[in-house]
Design a protein around this ligand. Sequence first.
Ligand code: NAD
Length: 428
Amino acid sequence: MNNVSHIPSYLSPEHLGPWETFLVQIDRVEPHLAPELRPLAPILTRPMRALIVNVPIRLDNGEMAHFEGYRVQHNLARGPGKGGIRFHPQVTLSEVMALSAWMTVKNAVVNVPYGGAKGGVRVDPKQLSLAELERLTRRYTSEIHILLGQDKDIPAPDINTNEQTMAWIMDTYSMNEGRTAMGVVTGKPVSLGGSLGRKDATGRGVFVSTVEAARHLGLEIAGARVAVQGFGNVGEAAARLFAEAGARVVALQDGSGAIANPAGLDLQAVKAWRQTQRSLLGAPGAETIDAERFWSTDADILVAAAMENQITAANAGLIRARLIVEGANGPTTPEADLILQERGITVIPDVLANAGGVTVSYFEWVQDISAFFWTEDEINARLDRIMREAFAAVWEAARSKGIVMRTAAFVLGCERVLMAHKLRGLYP
Ligand code: NAD
């Protein structure tokens, strides 16, 4: 069955966007699913619920502005919805649907008891003042309130949202409920029921899964050359952990451009420069390079930690790294995936590599619900164990079935979700 032909009427078939990527991935996975689960697979090709809201806010100049917001719950068979909220001018329903579906798979791959959800507002937050951003966040939260709750749907940060955004969401939800509800959102400040270790968790998961892959590939992390796309929450933490383990970060790219130093960039100096200059370009000890040179950097490991559709058919042939690690969600297009596969480049897929964030979000939720908080060492040790176990399961599935890691991770995740459907049965 070709899932791409089964598209909902509310998306444009000519501009399917990221949802098409997800459908192609499901197409590739279906033949490898356990035969008794295969008939249930079409349930994954439709989101369970998609809420589209208007978010009107008062601007500082007294005028009113309207923004489009979404919350999509792709699948709730294994537990409440879980997934981040993104503020970006190019957010679309298709994108939020795809991101929610990847959360379904990801949560199942690391075996946390959640379904998949995602939210977004179509806004350029840089155009808003802090007060406007707070009003936007609070109104959006109120509009999607009917879906939220610690046992219903638990948002978290994503692109352009952070601890402060989560604190506003927690407060807005709590005000509407008339009680303090810490477990409704994760990625909160530690003083408001957030978890130690959450900030670095995704980068840490990227690092741990890379260490596991490197072991299998006979690649030493100490001395390895690493190129990182994206120097935000995920990319910065991953780059720092690689450098701490003795690897050299030889190239970095973010929205401002790309820099390189074959001897290894001084990450602290780059970070300090970026904070004051709002750009990587001109950072001390770094040469500015163009995008083509970034993709063809002579590196052992490439970490894609910016956003989706970055590794495409146009640049997949340039990549010289042996190992690509997807810190971002959906950074590799399906066409690029085939090119990388042909070229023998190992890809640790997003649904595994960046699952560290949701894993520590799960720890945060457990701590909030039990009102009992753990030490950072406990959190990191549990995170490392879950990441290593998930990596081993995906690696073994890939090896035994002779498939790439993305397909293997999807098989593992989708089978867990479909097994939940099979056991629960079809209501009514
Ligand atoms: P962020 O906003 O902190 O950082 C994004 C980085 O990507 C910035 O450095 C930005 O300059 C860069 N960037 C944006 N557009 C770019 C482009 N066209 N080319 C090069 N660089 C570009 O976001 P984040 O939280 O680090 O998230 C990054 C990715 O990781 C996203 O795909 C997100 O969905 C995914 N992710 C994040 C988490 C998390 O815990 N934050 C968890 C799982 C997945």
